[in-house]
Design a protein around this ligand. Structure first.
Ligand code: EPU
Length: 426
């Protein structure tokens, strides 16, 4: 595997950056392609990421034939009237998001057998809400030898209240409900922009989904679905990561075509820290102050502050003036990057889900390891401002969600290289 070496302390990022389509949108969109029984689903603005390759392989294995034109960032998913019932371990174990194939498989075949999912190590991440929803739609769930099995002669519309607005459960239940008999109402549904993107594609494919983006989503089951064309929504987390990068480096960066609406809580917090935002015709300009102010942040489901921006924001707090607070309420174990940041001189007190971060303008570069996808980005961002050299290992996490991250930073003026890791680290 590779490592990234970043030399920090001087860089003021400057220029323009283009943002890819959203990983967290395209994965469920790919699962949705399984629902078409005829035609082609054409997805454009597809990000080139290892998670996308994994999902492509899974969907292709299940029966919808996938071709990915990487140059055009376009996927053509050719419908198949028959879809396999089993999503095997070798495809599912590496990526938690693959659980969203369960809804489509169950809706199409009346049964689904899906290996327990894997993914980033950010807490135990159960799937009880997905399964309870399927049960309410008439499925019987059993667990056997690492596989979850669901059976229902025909899924039936139901009134489902989610105890927590889980993104994955909302997606899985919408997907299942599109071909169910009757009307499904999801209450306390997730409201993320990626949910809206999924509903938009499904409606183009012939489904009837209303209310996505609010906490009540109503899905009227349809008989069958067909091909459609859809451009993947912009990755608000990648855009947000570059906003923080500009903020931390006294930078001046134009995030091209940024959808400010999708990043409101982040923009609000960064503004509080002294960052300046200007909406321009071609994007959102982000100008970092000489010194960031401390701030308190609490992660919440959308439209609250996104947990996927927690580590990057913590990197900004690490160099702000004074003590900042970070409270993580979405995942139970998402502070591992703070331990790595300690190697760079960060003083942080962690009590359960709350971190008290002492801002320090004298952080020193160090050798660190990515602990999850967003942590990788955060460590690289901190490397941009820490004095000396930071080496970030375990880049497989980074490649799951950021396309050409170091090249984009380099183009903005960062002193950063990606090289083979001679020590043979993963
Ligand atoms: N949860 C349950 N039961 C369930 C489902 C979720 O208890 O049945 C809990 C989880 O354990 C977690 C919380 O609810 O504590 C949030 O989980 P959610 O289901 O909302 O998250 P997810 O669907 O697994 C997606 C993103 C994550 C992102 C979260 C929260 C994708 C592919 N993944 O995960 O993205 O952090 O929503 O916004 O969309 C990332 O991109 O780095 C990433 C981890």
């Amino acid at each position: 595997m590779d490592k990234i070496i970043v030399k920090g302390g001087q860089t003021k990022l400057q220029g323009e950056v283009e943002i890819e389509g959203a990983k967290n949108a395209v994965l469920p969109l790919l699962a949705a392609t399984l629902l078409a029984s005829e035609g082609e689903v054409v997805l454009t603005n597809v990000p080139i990421l290892s998670d996308v390759f994994m999902m492509n392989n899974l969907v292709d294995h299940l029966g919808t034939s996938i071709s990915f034109d990487q140059e055009a960032k376009k996927i053509i998913a050719k419908a198949n009237s028959e879809i396999k019932t089993t999503a095997p371990y070798e495809y599912v174990s590496k990526m938690r998001a693959s659980i969203v194939v369960m809804g489509p498989i169950l809706a199409i075949n009346g049964q689904a057998r899906v290996s327990m999912p894997g993914g980033c190590s950010i807490g135990s991440r159960p799937i009880d809400l997905h399964l309870r929803g399927f049960e309410q739609m008439g499925a019987t769930i059993t667990q056997n030898a690492g596989y979850i099995e669901a059976k229902a002669d025909k899924l039936k519309g139901a009134h489902i209240y989610l105890d927590f607005p889980s993104v994955g459960a909302t997606q899985n239940l919408i997907l299942a409900a599109t071909l169910a008999e009757g009307v499904t109402t999801l209450e306390n549904a997730a409201r993320e922009p990626e949910i809206v993107d999924l509903a938009n594609l499904l409606n183009k494919m012939g489904a009837n989904v209303k209310g996505a983006g609010t906490d009540t989503i109503i899905i009227k089951g349809v008989e069958k679905m067909h091909g459609a064309k859809h451009s993947v929504v912009q990755d608000r987390i990648e855009a947000g990561t570059f906003m923080v990068a500009a903020a931390m480096t006294q930078g001046d960066v134009l995030i091209k075509d940024a959808i400010a609406e999708h990043n409101r809580p982040l923009i609000s917090k960064l503004s509080e820290m002294g960052v300046n935002f200007t909406q321009e015709e071609t994007g959102l300009r982000v100008v970092g102050p000489e010194k960031l102010k401390a701030t308190s942040v609490k992660t919440l489901p959308h439209p609250g502050f996104p947990t996927d921006m927690q580590s990057q924001m913590a990197a900004a707090q690490a160099i702000a003036a004074g003590e900042s607070v970070m409270v993580e309420t979405v995942f139970e174990n998402r502070f591992k990057h703070l331990e790595e940041m300690r190697r760079m001189g960060l003083e942080v007190d962690i009590t359960r889900n709350t971190a008290l971060i002492q801002g320090n303008s004298n952080l020193q570069g160090a050798a660190v390891k990515s602990t999850d996808l967003r942590a990788s980005a955060a460590l690289i961002l901190l490397g941009l401002v820490a004095k000396g050299q930071t080496t970030v290992r375990r880049l497989s996490h980074l490649d799951r969600g950021y396309y050409k991250f170091h090249e984009k930073l380099k183009a903005l003026g960062a002193d950063i290289v990606r090289v083979k890791d001679e020590d043979g680290e993963e």
